[in-house]
Ligand binder design. Structure first.
Ligand code: ADP
Ligand code: MG
Length: 397
């Protein structure tokens, strides 16, 4: 069964429970990147305009099943209200009498953001009792939380067993963009991979080797691949387990892949990761045992740029270096600029990659900034996302 789309639902006067991914980065209580809030806003505005009582569910951070004051959704509600230009009500919990009272007080068109669902340990366990308690608050369920669709939690999957369920427009749009890339990309199709989450991402390289024409790799992922080729990367961030990386090379050597894999030849290294530290450019074969690779080098940046400039489609996930520190931002800046200059249809996935695109001023020039990181990669790997599967299996309206 295909998932039903929210546009087809009759929502007027109904209590509509909408799962969004409003998990934004916070620093000292301040939201440092509002991409996910801005992305969710049109869904919520449209529901409100259609006369629904809009009840929003989200998680924030990793409170691990207890109430963590600094992870309350209040700053998110304030930001969402600013983006929407209309009030956003809040409640101190997401289930139970306080949540029920807040829902009972809603008028048609009102928007209520319930408290962080991960304050309850049952959320991440996909506990049926908790899912039912959430479901009691609504007449319909909408999953619009693409960024969390790869997690089988109560508010993303379990709840769909108890209510007529629909796919939200943000989720639908994200899947549409990825489907276009997966089924019929304009070629050359270039993937730009980097970042820190190495073991999570190695699976996607194997899939991208079949889909893409060129793959350029920087960040911790490149360090792991270099190490698997026998290069000593010193103290660099890398996956201690080199088996998956060796498997990638075995596949390439067998010749069963489409893409050409480009690894860094040179790097920016330092002995420590801190402001004002001494850095040097070095051939990747000459990294000292006490040094770390913290960015791709200028030769590699130039080579990656040349590859990216030919692209008609680019998928970018993961910064080339520790871009948060200006000394190690040049590589990420170079690939971002090359993506813009290529004029390719460009999709950026991953929270830190989106943050880098904003910080370095490329965000508005990308075709699509995905609200998903892990979800984007798992979908590209060919896995079915539990949040989407649950919508297909939900009871009829
Ligand atoms: P995304 O959130 O886009 O999926 P990741 O979470 O995998 O990306 O990684 C982002 C982080 O990777 C950034 O904070 C950046 O500082 C870090 N990073 C990139 N290159 C390196 C490197 N060579 N060594 C250590 N950290 C790196
Ligand atoms: Mg990240």
């Amino acid at each position: 069964m295909a998932a039903r789309y929210l546009a087809d639902a009759d929502v007027s006067g109904k209590r509509v429970l909408v799962r969004e991914d409003l998990n934004v980065p916070l620093e000292g209580g301040r939201i440092t990147d509002d991409t996910r809030i801005v992305a969710a806003a049109p869904t919520l505005r449209a529901l409100s305009d259609r006369g629904a009582k809009v009840i929003v569910l989200s998680h924030l951070g990793r409170p691990d099943g207890i109430v963590v004051e600094s992870l309350r959704l209040a700053p998110v509600a304030t930001c969402l209200a600013e983006v929407l230009g209309r009030p956003v009500l809040t409640a101190p919990d997401c289930i139970g009498p306080q949540a029920q009272a807040a829902v009972d007080a809603l008028h048609d068109g009102d928007i209520l953001l319930l408290e962080n669902v991960r304050f309850h340990k049952e959320e991440e366990k996909n506990d049926p009792g908790f899912a039912r308690a959430l479901a009691q608050l609504g007449d319909l369920y909408v999953n619009d939380a693409f960024g969390t669709a790869h997690r089988a939690h109560a508010s993303t999957t379990g709840i769909a067993s108890y209510l007529p369920s629909y796919m939200g427009p943000l989720m639908a749009r994200e899947l549409e963009v990825l489907d276009a890339i997966l089924s019929d990309p304009h070629r050359p199709f270039v993937a730009v991979l980097g970042g820190a989450k190495v073991s999570d991402k190695i699976g996607v390289i194997e899939r991208l080797l079949e889909l893409c024409d060129q793959i350029v790799v920087g960040g911790g992922m490149a360090n792991t691949l270099l190490a698997a080729e026998g290069i000593d990367v010193g103290k660099s961030l890398r996956d201690p387990d080199l088996e998956p990386a060796r498997h990638v090379f075995a596949k390439i050597h067998e010749g069963h892949v489409r893409a050409h894999l480009h690894l860094p030849n040179d790097a920016v290294v330092a002995k420590e990761l801190k402001e004002g530290v001494d850095t040097r450019f070095v051939d990747v074969k000459h990294v000292a045992p006490d040094e770390m690779i913290l960015d791709i080098g200028p030769g590699t940046a130039e080579h990656f740029r040349g590859t990216i400039l030919h692209a008609k489609t680019v998928l970018w996930n993961g910064p080339m270096g520790v871009f948060e520190n200006d000394a190690f931002a040049a590589g990420t800046e170079a690939v971002g600029q090359a993506i813009v200059d290529s004029g390719a249809m460009s999709v950026v996935g991953g929270g830190d990659s989106a943050a880098a695109a904003h910080k370095l001023g490329f965000a508005a020039k990308m075709s699509h900034i995905s609200t998903g990181g892990g979800a984007t990669l798992e979908y590209l790997e060919g896995k079915e996302l539990p949040g989407v599967a649950a919508l297909r299996q939900a009871p009829p309206a």
